[in-house]
Write a protein that binds this ligand. Sequence first.
Ligand code: GTQ
Ligand code: FE2
Length: 344
Amino acid sequence: MDIVTNDGDARRALQAELARFHCRVHQSDDPPLFTREPRPTMRSVHWRWRDLAPLLDRLGREVDLGAGGPRRTLRLQNPGLAEGTTHTFWCSIQVILPGEVATCHRHSASALRFIMKGNGAWTTVDGEHYAMNEGDLVLTPAGSWHDHVHRGSEPMVWLDVLDISLMRLLQATFFEPYAHDVQPVDRVPDRSWRQHGSGLMAPPRAAPGPYANPLLAYPQASAQAALDAAAGLPPDPHDDVVLAYRNPATGGPPMTTMGQQLQRIRAGFQGRRRRHTGSKVYYVLRGRGVSTVGDERYDWEAGDFFAVAPWAWHAHQGLEDALLFQVNDQPALQALGYYREELE
Ligand code: GTQ
Ligand code: FE2
């Protein structure tokens, strides 16, 4: 006991000296660096559409879409974090009204948009021009110029997911406004889709583009057709029917930091539990179900979101034929060698 106390005194005394050389030693009251398993500060959360819908209406009426790069978004804020939906990425719901322009800029954060409600907006990404209609996934690779215009007649909402927290942790933040509101559109406005959109074939001598993933758009109809085909397989014991969006050039995830999945959970399905490192957020497109996440039970329905914290046991149950979109940070964990999973 004495030795420990003396050692504690010695360590404290040493600390005072070491500080001026920008060094330190471990102190007995320092929190442990290594825990037996992850102790996330991020919390699992459920956001209900019945709460979000009126907030989005208000946002559309009360918040201006100013010039110079800002966006009109409702951020899903994790109560366990100072900022962000999970500790690696941000989910925001962007509201855009007919005729509006979300002006052009570029940043080092990678982004994706999944269209929740409405039709008729278009995004331009480094000169390529893609429709944004319900159920479409469009990518904004790190560093690409992008602007969005709404040419439809009704307000639209889409989900923006950006790897902002990871980028900020890595202190790799860059942002640059464009000199004009929008950028010019290329003569072939949808080259990436024409070359790689089938996912099955590609021009044998396609010149590599500037990004790791040559494909910028994943339209709803193609994703749905793939999922319909997968529904003829035996159900996945944890996820029923699930497919991951992929980079057609590598077969890997569409982005280096974030993965996306589309999942069908049929009525009566009862999934087994699993847990893994990394965080994920689900958006419910349709149907109804129950997910148990840690000690929580989320009764979800169309329009809801829920976040799953790292290493939380979770399982899904289908009540009415359900379709869910998922974003996760698994590619980042896998690239760094930190992905771990337990299946029941
Ligand atoms: O649409 O470019 O939700 O730059 C956050 C940052 C959307 C966008 C967000 C952004 C955007
Ligand atoms: Fe942006």
